[in-house]
Design a protein around this ligand. Structure first.
Ligand code: PRX
Length: 584
């Protein structure tokens, strides 16, 4: 067991003794940090330009060029059969080149530049370069299929898309439906066709200096599409001001010190891969690992062993995958470089925390946040006792509460909507072209997360579940509507209702209930064909692992399919008095 962590089993608390931790935490005392917190606590960590503007990418990378960090390795990239490293200076110069490429092709500040790439160095370089240029950078998970891409890039009216030769065919299928798209930039050894540019050739054609654009704090910086319970995914817009919260949370929650080798397993197609895979960690001057390969527990241990990773930020499904492999695999590798472990994205079961304490010698620190919040809001801290199963306490300066449907606070111990008082720097600034949707997030002066939780007498928050039908599979947030819409495009499917079904490894798996068009039989071949159809259109992680054919689906009086009835039936729960089912 780690020095400084004392197990207290009777009331299931992991007690921390700060004086015995491997390294003194950046935030030594939670209560004191809360008491002395102000906007200045954020501001003094960040460099603003003289005119009060800032640039998040400048803060993450370029401001370090005035310090000895300049020649330090910022990025270690691990590919299938090669590795590459970039110093802070190299990262600054390469991203400057990308900004110059945008300028060369007449791209304007505020235009959307989308990145559809696997975890390759070009992704990180283009992200930073796009931000330096003042574009709005959007990222897309490489598992997305053509329909999922169209829903996002089409809606954002992106003018530039950066992709790889392997992924480009998915763009070709939908290109004619994206009239705003002017430039497709393709990485690697690639001979560009009509309307396409070669990433490498373009980068070689411009210089490594660029006048980083000064951005008013609340100007658009990056965007991510995320799913709610109805409609297509929505474009969540974030500003350059996010960096204030991302920097300080990376410092105080992930406890990043300049000499850390840090590894965030998340893909920048998701918010964790941006906030804590790019901006927060580099702003803190660490060496960051990017593993571009497929997820695999043995590879994870190897990466930690080979690169002497000291801080690791991952997700519960990954931890459960390691647990499934058994402690023997963990014991094969030297993991003694690890100093701090954190987890996000889905409920972290207490067993996983105890397992890591026993087999890795350190507990995982659960924390909670969302695409919309731009950074961690509730966390377990290096210096604070852990109650395994709890998400921890609000970050200093953040007010969290449990509220009822009118936005009134509920007493300690009662379940309700998890709400946060708006005002922290990284809260989204808008939903792309959808003010109504943006406004729906706010109730009685609170930002409503869409999650149910409770708070205990010590101020620890406990996650209960989503308040809506959003599915969380392996930490990926998936909207049922998107899958249902795709399902009914299959010629055999008449109607579809999609739910998250509890799963030991993945938290939830996607289960679809369908009715068939006349003339189709529910054969195994047909089910396979439907799964493939969804995988190709939407994404590898969004296809229903289970499909059940029904003669009819439960509906409201106006004909809307009732997912919550399907879910209750699946879980064998009482569905209540269906005669009173109202249209919702
Ligand atoms: O339901 C909550 C769950 O993930 C949702 C946010 O998903 P996304 O926007 O994709 O961002 C994920 C990474 C920041 C939340 O509304 N979630 C996130 N963290 C936790 C969690 N559920 C339980 N415990 C957590 N620690």
């Amino acid at each position: 067991m780690e020095d400084g962590v004392e197990e207290k089993t009777e009331d299931k608390i992991i007690v921390k003794d700060v004086s015995k931790l491997k390294k003194e935490p950046n935030m030594k005392d939670y209560d004191e940090a809360c008491a002395s917190f102000s906007e200045d606590t954020y501001k003094k960590e960040i460099e603003f330009f003289d005119d009060g503007t800032l640039n998040a990418a400048y803060n993450a990378v370029d401001r370090h060029l005035k310090t000895p960090l300049k020649d330090k390795t910022a990025l270690v990239w691990i590919g299938d059969d090669s590795e590459k490293t970039f110093t802070y200076k190299e990262l600054a110069e390469e991203s400057n080149r990308f900004a110059n490429v945008l300028a060369k092709h007449g791209v304007q500040r505020g235009e959307r530049v989308f990145l559809f790439l696997p975890r390759v160095p070009e992704l990180y370089i283009s992200f930073l370069g796009g931000m330096k240029f003042g574009a709005v950078v959007g990222t897309l998970f490489a598992a997305f299929g053509p329909s999922a891409i169209l829903d996002r890039v089409g809606n954002a009216e992106a003018s530039v898309l950066v992709t790889s030769p392997e992924l480009k065919p998915r763009i070709d299928e939908i290109r004619d439906q994206m009239p705003a798209l002017k430039h497709i930039i393709v990485t690697g050894d690639y001979e560009p066709g009509d309307g396409e540019l070669s990433f490498d050739k373009e980068m070689a054609s411009v210089g490594p200096d660029f006048d980083i654009v000064h951005m008013p704090p609340k100007e658009r910086a990056y965007m991510l599409y995320t799913s709610g319970t109805t409609g297509k995914p929505k474009g969540v817009i974030h500003s350059h001001y996010d960096i204030l919260h991302q920097h300080l949370t990376a410092k105080w929650i992930l406890d990043l010190h300049e000499d850390d080798v840090y590894w965030c397993t998340a893909d920048p197609g998701w918010v964790t891969g941006i906030a804590y895979g790019i901006l927060g960690p580099w702003s803190n001057g660490v060496t960051s690992i990017v593993d571009g390969r497929r997820f695999d527990p043995e590879n994870w241990y190897k990466v930690i062993h080979d690169h002497k990773v000291s801080v690791w930020y991952t997700a519960p499904t990954a931890i459960r995958m390691m647990m499934r492999e058994g402690p023997e695999l963990a014991k094969k590798y030297d993991l003694s470089s690890l100093r701090f472990l954190a987890s996000v994205g889905e409920p972290l079961n207490p067993e996983a925390v105890w397992w890591s304490l026993e087999n890795i010698g350190l507990p995982f620190h659960d924390n909670f946040w969302q695409t919309e919040t731009g950074g961690i809001l509730i966390a377990n801290y290096a210096s604070m006792d852990i109650k395994p199963g709890s998400m921890g306490k609000p970050f200093p300066g953040i007010t969290a509460a449990i509220v009822d449907k009118d936005g009134n606070e509920k007493p300690v111990g009662k379940a309700g909507d998890l709400a946060i008082r708006p005002g922290w720097p990284s809260l989204m600034i808008e939903i792309w072209k959808n003010k109504e949707k943006f406004d729906e997030y706010f109730r009685n002066g609170w930002y409503i997360t869409g999650d149910k939780a409770r708070v205990d007498e010590d101020g620890y928050f406990w996650f209960i579940g989503r308040a809506d039908d959003v599915i969380n599979t392996s930490g990926h947030r998936v909207g049922p509507f998107e899958i249902e819409s795709a399902l009914i495009e299959h010629p055999a499917v008449a109607e579809a209702g999609v739910i998250g079904k509890p799963d030991e490894l993945r938290g939830e798996i996607i289960k679809a209930f369908i009715t068939l068009q006349k003339g189709y039989d529910p054969s195994d071949d047909l089910m396979e064909d439907i799964k493939k159809f969804i995988k190709k259109r939407l994404a590898g992680h969004a296809y229903p692992k289970e499909i059940e054919v029904r003669d009819s689906l439960p509906k409201t009086r106006s004909g809307k399919i009732m997912r919550r009835v399907l879910k209750a039936q699946e879980l064998g729960e009482d569905i209540g008095d269906t005669s009173t089912l109202e249209d919702d």
